[in-house]
Ligand binder design. Sequence first.
Ligand SMILES: Nc1ncnc2c1ncn2[C@@H]1O[C@H](COP(=O)(O)OP(=O)(O)OP(=O)(O)O)[C@@H](O)[C@H]1O
Ligand SMILES: [Mg+2]
Length: 493
Amino acid sequence: MTIIEAIQDPLLFRPLFKTLDTWKGWLVVLKAIFALPMNEADRVLFASLAGKQTPPETPVEECWLIVGRRGGKSFIVALIAVFLACFRDYRPFLGPGERGTLMVIATDRKQARVIMRYIVALLDQVPMLKHMVVRQDTESVDLDNRVSIEITTASYRTIRGYTVVAALCDEIAFWRSEESANPAEEILAALRPAMSTIPGALLIALGTPYKRSGPLYDSYRRHYGQDSPVLVIQADTRTMNPTVPPSVIDRAMEHDPAAAQAEYLAVFRSDVGSFLDRDLVERAIEPGRRERAPLSSISYSAFVDPSGGAHDSFTLAVAHEHNGRYVLDVCRGIKPPFDPSQVVKEFCDLLKSYRVYSVVGDRYAGEWVREQFSRHGISYRHCERSKSELYLEALPRFAQGCLELLDVPALTMELMELERRTSRSGRDTVDHPPGGHDDLANSCAGCLSLLATGARGGAYMVNFLTGEPIVSEDERLRRREARLRGVPVESIK
Ligand SMILES: Nc1ncnc2c1ncn2[C@@H]1O[C@H](COP(=O)(O)OP(=O)(O)OP(=O)(O)O)[C@@H](O)[C@H]1O
Ligand SMILES: [Mg+2]
């Protein structure tokens, strides 16, 4: 039984397809992966998708499918998973009591649920296959042939210990993990030994293209259109799924052509690149140093990136300058959910221990944030620069090697993941990747900018009995400006 026969069989998968006319692209891709016969029309389509004339002569063991959004990737992942799990016999390669695992790896839980729903539908609606299911929960299905289908997310790092009979990786360009800056590379590296005892074990990675780095792009660059055992397919949405209305794509093109070309035409973006090299970030970090305690001889600056407590982290960075070097002393983030007023209090206590009575932060933060900080005796100023400007300003400091950052893994990861986008007007912006975060990186860059501009947050005069500031330096500047302009102090931000 081949996968194409299974799709065409009225007792197997055929009832799941309204018509096979809209699935021509995928049928050709499946024929190529499993080295099944192609007719002339198939060969022409194959050539346009693979960038080469000759389809594989033997089943491929590694395949990369670069396909536009809504192109049918997740459904095909489910179909291949069910086909391989039900129609291949891996028992000859399994030791006594060993189960083979068909690993499906999705970007996040939501995507994993989409694939699981497809898998359950494929198994449920085919009576012959339904009988094979011996156990099923939200993340796995055990079959009676000693194969289990497991759905995991990219941050799930327990591939070790499994015997993997096939691995299907969905949306690999968007894999993100709290534990690693390169989850895709690390998971692929862990999968290969886990698959080594199964002859012909198939690894398929699928994804909508994004920036020109990472394993999806590397595989494309190395193998697309080449005479290579690794098959790479690049296909726009409509070729794989003609049911997506052209108007959807046209609207996306009008709205953001660079993004839409990647999403629907499956072209890697040339306008998005990594901002900081891994080396530059690693060189700036003192290994093992999580925080530096306050010293009375040092004047510190602080930057915060507030958050309402529902989505992003609320972050704080404290830093100082020493002999032309910028030293990060604190970089903390509180993850949601949290009560923002509690976090402000906690941060204000910390700031006071560094004798910082004035912070700078996001200019979009509302009055509420400013009030909360002032309630604890800390003045909050809005940052004049945009986030991108802060990052672009920090870049030369990384290159000059004059930074001493902290060994805070989440900060390291955020810095390494920052992306630079060049707009058509030639203006650069720097931001986190889709689905990523940069709250710690933002506070860190903000703090470096304060050091560069010489803005200090330290107390101007301190009551030597209570330790409280009489007037912060910020407050002194505000009062001075108000005096010079002849306006009330409150009107000076
Ligand atoms: N060739 C096709 N013909 C008909 N329907 C299709 C085709 N390809 C996909 N579909 C349907 O389109 C919808 C999206 O499919 P799927 O979720 O597999 O796409 P995807 O590429 O994973 O999308 P996304 O980029 O949003 O993750 C599903 O309802 C699927 O059945
Ligand atoms: Mg999908």
